[in-house]
Design a protein around this ligand. Structure first.
Ligand SMILES: *Cc1c(COP(=O)(O)O)cnc(C)c1O
Length: 367
């Protein structure tokens, strides 16, 4: 089997694969009502929220768009904090809908500082909302959502992209003052792509009442009225719901603390192994992600040659660098269904392949 080490979609446990192959059912009938009730209730615990949580048939980006269009009106000002590709994306959604997005840019590889967020809010008292990424999958950096939340509390809506974090690391929606938190099934949940999860606070509902941005598919009010009947507005991605229920069975059996501890352990194992190979980590150590590790491309090594050798010789699929990091880093995903042995396989293979690629580069230069 392929060792799929991209940061989503992540590998599926056999029980999840099997659940996903079940026959279709009436999505307006009692079986689906039981599934959505169960899944929603259990997800709320992983989100640490007692407020509303909606499931949309979409990838994670759809959930981010839902967060934006349900919260603001055209021309309103928001603060978009970006530490990488996905922070940029959240802002682009706001800009596409005509919001005035103030940019806070943090050098890639680093996390946002809560004091900087606080000063920007002092300078721009008209800011209605803050958009931020929890786990920046493109750089392997995790923002401190709790401390940034303290800087924002009571001053603006707090919208968090937790697409690749929720389910793998602790995040306390209600306690940390998060108004909308978005996640995606294909990341830490070890489920195929196709369900986005969106929690909505009481304050987000108050903003929603006056929010004039156009919306149809993503309308929270309609989502709520359907959820009250234990349904979704459109046809749900049924197979992914089956899989999600099976994934949650496994996660709940393992236990929340044990799942988080495993991610932490595997991440530390990854970082230690990479360092032992003489390679350099891309993320600032104090905010290194427990879900994905970005590694600087060693001097003289061609990124596409590395990923090809790993794939064809070792059956390991690594993540590449995105946008400005193309060819400069490679990424090892370790979220969801992952254990140390999966990473050991990557480390042993890197050790075998890298010297040859370095020599190859040297030979080319010399020739
Ligand atoms: C994967 C990811 C997304 C985008 O999710 P899609 O499912 O590809 O739409 C957004 N934000 C983060 C942090 C991600 O890791």
């Amino acid at each position: 089997v392929t060792n799929l080490r991209i940061p989503g979609p992540t590998p599926l446990p056999p029980a999840v694969v099997e659940a996903g192959t079940r026959e279709m059912i009436n999505h307006r009938g009692p079986e689906f009502a039981a599934i959505i009730t169960d899944v929603t209730k259990r997800l709320k615990r992983w989100f640490q929220t007692e407020q509303d949580l909606f499931l949309f048939p979409s990838s994670g980006t759809g959930g981010l768009e839902a967060a934006v269009v349900n919260s603001f009106s055209p021309g309103e000002t928001v603060l978009g904090i970006s530490i990488g590709v996905f922070g940029d994306r959240f802002r682009e959604i706001g800009e596409a809908y005509g919001l005035n997005v103030i940019h806070m840019d943090v050098p890639w590889g680093h996390a946002a500082d809560a004091n900087d967020v606080s000063s920007l809010l002092d300078q721009h008292p008209d800011v209605k909302g803050v958009l931020i990424t929890h786990n920046e999958t493109s750089t392997g950096v995790m923002n401190d959502i709790r401390s940034v939340g303290e800087a924002i509390r009571g001053r603006a809506l707090y919208l968090v992209d937790g697409v690749s974090s929720v389910g793998g690391v602790p995040i306390e929606t209600d306690a940390w003052g998060i108004d909308i938190l978005v996640s995606g099934s294909q990341k830490a949940w070890m489920v195929p792509p196709g369900v986005s999860m969106v929690s909505v606070s009481q304050r987000a509902w108050e903003a929603n009442r006056n929010a004039k941005l156009p919306r149809y598919y993503w309308d929270f009010k309609r989502a709520k009225s359907y959820l009250e009947r234990n349904q979704t507005f459109t046809t749900p991605t049924l197979s992914v719901f089956y899989a999600l229920q099976a994934g949650l069975d496994m996660m709940d059996a393992e236990g929340m603390d044990a799942v988080f501890a495993r991610h932490r352990r595997v991440a530390e194992f990854t970082r230690a192994g990479i360092t032992q190979l003489g390679l350099q980590l891309f993320a600032e150590p104090s905010h290194a992600s427990d879900l994905v590790t970005a590694v600087k491309m060693p001097e003289g090594v061609d990124g596409s040659a590395l990923s090809k050798a790993m794939r064809t010789e070792r059956n390991i699929v690594l993540g590449g660098g995105q946008a400005g990091l193309t060819g400069k880093i490679f990424r090892i995903g370790h979220m969801g269904y992952v254990k140390e042995a999966d990473i050991e396989d990557v480390l042993v293979s890197l050790e075998a392949i890298l010297p040859r690629l370095r020599q190859g580069a040297h030979a080319v230069t010399a020739g």
